[in-house]
Structures are given as C-alpha cells and as structure tokens.
Design a protein around this ligand. Structure first.
Ligand code: ADP
Ligand code: MG
Length: 378
C-alpha cells in the first residue's frame, strides 16, 4: 500500500511522499514542486502549467475550484467584488455553484467544482506514481481549518472521483505543525501558523503536547492574499502606463492577463535581495509598457494589506487569550510569506528567534499530509 499527502491549494497544489523516513515533495516537468491549481477543458484535459496556455477558449480554463467547492448557491459565495474578475463562466445548477463550459453553444456543460479538483488530484496521483514507480492507493488531503462541512464533503467527493482512497482530511495548519514537529521535535509548545497564500490568509494558534495538536484559535481573511498584492501592482502599472500612452489596455483581456502575470513575477522577484525591477511588456510593434517598481514602492502600495494581515495575528492571540511571549514558534506557510515586509513585521512582533524559516513554505503542508498518511498506514 502506498500513501501520499496532498496540499490541494487555491493557487498551487503540492504532493509529497515519504522517502527514507522523511517527507519529500515531488517535482513536476518545470522542475518546481508545486503546480498551478488550474484545469483546461479543451480537446483534452490539461492540468497545471500547460493548462494556463491551453489552446482553448479562455473561458474553458478553470481555476479557483477551492473557492467554489461546497457552495449551494453562487450568490452565497463570500467573494468580494474585486474577485469577480474570473475569466470563466459560473452558474448555480441543482443546488451547486459551479462552472459553465462552452456557454451558449451546443456543447455547453455544467461542471461541479469537485470535478475540477478531482482532475488536479488525479494529476498529482499520476505524478506520484511516476516518481515512485508504484501504484498509489490512499491519500491524506489538507483543507483550510475554516472549511465548513459542505466544503469538506465536496472535497471528499473530489478525492473519490480521482480514484483515491481518502485516509483523512487534515487541517492545513495542523499539517504544517506536524511537519515542523517531525523535523524539530518541539516538545510541549505553542505555535502560531501564519499561512499567507494566493487568495487567503489563515492564522492559527496550536498547542503541541507530545505528538498531539490542540487548536487554540483559528482566524483568517478569505479576501487577503498574494492576488491582492498583484492587484495593487497592476493598478500602479496601469496608472503609470496611461501617463505615457493613450493606448487602452483595459479593453484587451489577453493583455490584462499577461500584465497580471508580469506583476506577480515582479513581486516575486523583489522578494530576493534586490531593490528594484521593471514590469515590462510588448504591447505591439510600436508600444512597450515599461514601469519600474522598487521594493519600497511595493511596500507603500500594500501598506494597508500588510497591516490587515498582521491584525489577524492580534485577533488570533486575543481569541487564544495569549500574548506574543506565550508563542514559542511562528511557522511561515504559503508563498506570500516570502514577502520581505511581511517577514519584517512578524519579526518585529515576535522577535527573530521565534520566526522559523527553515521549512519550505510551499511544501510544509503537503509534508504534514504525507506524514499523517503514513502514520495511519502503520
Ligand atoms: P495557495 O495556498 O493559495 O494555493 P500558495 O501558498 O502557493 O497559495 O501561495 C501562492 C502565492 O504566493 C501567490 O500569490 C504567489 O505570487 C505568492 N508567492 C510565491 N512566491 C513568492 C515570492 N517569492 N514573493 C512573494 N510572493 C510569492
Ligand atoms: Mg495553501
């Protein structure tokens, strides 16, 4: 029997296995250990990076299934207006919010979000099988601590449709704590897990007693993540571009999509030890978009977002009736915790020693899932 752990993320997903007693995230064709949680339904079904550039109508490239999953009605989805930038079509059918493929054509088809999640799970299963050269049977899949019963039930369906036996759904912060504990033997301690991903921020305070994880507080903001940072950079880039050109990029969805990618890349680049970069795009033969972006500009554009993020830490501490001194370890999870300003704000709050940077924020959740999958096996 072979068991794997999967972090089924909103933006990226990651699959891990246990190798020589330690968790290991499996790499993909581009050499990275995470895949975009994107599925394209064209002539064939594509998952991950190939799906992003699939030769199909943009509206058949589906993402955000984790945001849609388990909701009976579209109108009850807790999505702010800024999120309604989806390039796919959505609708409510048979008490299920989901996707509409090929809308308005004879090939129109409604897709439940769990069908999209199932494709991502299937893809990760196949990757794991290729790596292990063995058939995978069971899986532990992680879900946000704030997921409701309907969302969990729909995620279970996705696992079933992917042809996997579900060993357990595990809360993401617990998975991170389990992985960190496995590596560092924490003993009895209190952990704050700060998970800043693509679309959401989740903050949990956990208490480790031996190998058991107790939950002291779970808070978060479902409208705060790396996408919001990208949005701020985009707004800035568009404003600057309009100062020098009358070209109306707003009316060109493909260019806007490309600009979004460029802005995300600029943000990620500035997390390295550099101060300035350029957002650069060729619009056509005569026009280029070139906007410089410095680290301090980025921080300025996002001051309120970062303040909101740190506010969630205070909320969690309040809920747990704890002070910063009571926390022994702060564990950084999620790609957006690479933003230097976020790390600085957390360091200022908790002190240098408590911020743990020795685990990969992209992989730690799936590591925890793999550990639990293999404990259950014994
Ligand atoms: P999710 O849990 O939503 O699937 P992740 O934890 O994978 O998301 O985080 C994805 C987010 O992390 C994206 O917005 C991405 O741009 C951001 N990110 C990844 N690497 C960096 C980096 N080096 N600097 C800043 N943000 C980053
Ligand atoms: Mg995540």
């Amino acid at each position: 029997m072979v068991y794997i752990g999967i972090d089924l993320g909103t933006t990226y997903s990651c699959v891990s296995v246990i190798e020589n007693g330690n968790p290991k995230a499996i790499h993909h064709d581009d050499g990275k250990n995470i895949v975009p949680s994107v599925v394209a339904f064209g002539a064939e079904i594509l998952v991950g990076n190939p799906a992003l550039d699939a030769p199909t109508d943009m509206s058949n490239i589906l993402y955000d299934s984790k945001r849609l999953i388990g909701w009976e009605f579209l109108h009850s989805l807790p999505i702010a207006e800024s999120r309604q930038l989806w390039t796919f079509k959505v609708d409510t059918r048979d008490k299920c919010a989901g996707y509409v493929l090929n809308k308005g054509t004879p090939n129109e088809r409604f897709l439940r979000p769990e069908e999209v999640s199932a494709e991502i799970l299937k893809y990760l299963k196949v990757r794991a099988e290729k790596y292990l050269t063995k058939k995978v049977t069971g899986v532990v899949v992680t879900v946000p601590a704030l997921f409701q019963e309907n969302q969990k039930a729909a995620t279970k369906k996705a696992v079933e449709w992917a042809g996997l036996e579900l060993k357990r759904l595990l809360h993401e912060p617990n998975a991170a704590a389990i992985a960190y504990n496995a590596k560092n033997n924490l003993g009895n301690s209190k952990l704050l897990v700060f998970d800043f991903g693509g679309g959401t921020l989740d903050v949990s305070i956990l208490e480790m007693i031996g190998n058991n994880v107790g939950v002291k507080a779970v808070t978060g903001d479902i409208h705060l993540g790396g996408q919001d940072v990208d949005g701020r950079i985009m707004k800035h880039a568009l404003t600057e571009f309009k100062k020098s050109s009358s070209y109306d990029i707003d009316q060109r969805p493909k260019l806007i999509k490309k600009l979004r990618t460029k802005c995300r890349e600029a943000k990620e680049f500035l997390s390295n030890n550099i101060e300035e970069t350029n957002i650069f795009m060729e619009i056509n033969d005569e026009i280029d978009l070139k906007v410089p972006l410095t680290k301090s500009q980025l921080n300025k554009l996002c001051t309120d977002l970062f303040t909101k993020a740190i506010h969630q830490v205070d909320l969690a501490l309040n809920t747990a009736q704890m002070k910063t001194e009571d926390i022994n370890y702060v564990i950084l999870v999620g790609g957006s915790t690479r933003i230097p300003r976020i790390r600085k704000l957390l360091t200022e709050k908790f002190g240098n020693d408590k911020i743990k940077l020795d685990l990969n924020p992209d992989e730690i959740v799936s590591h925890g899932a793999a550990i639990v999958a293999n404990i259950i096996e014994v």
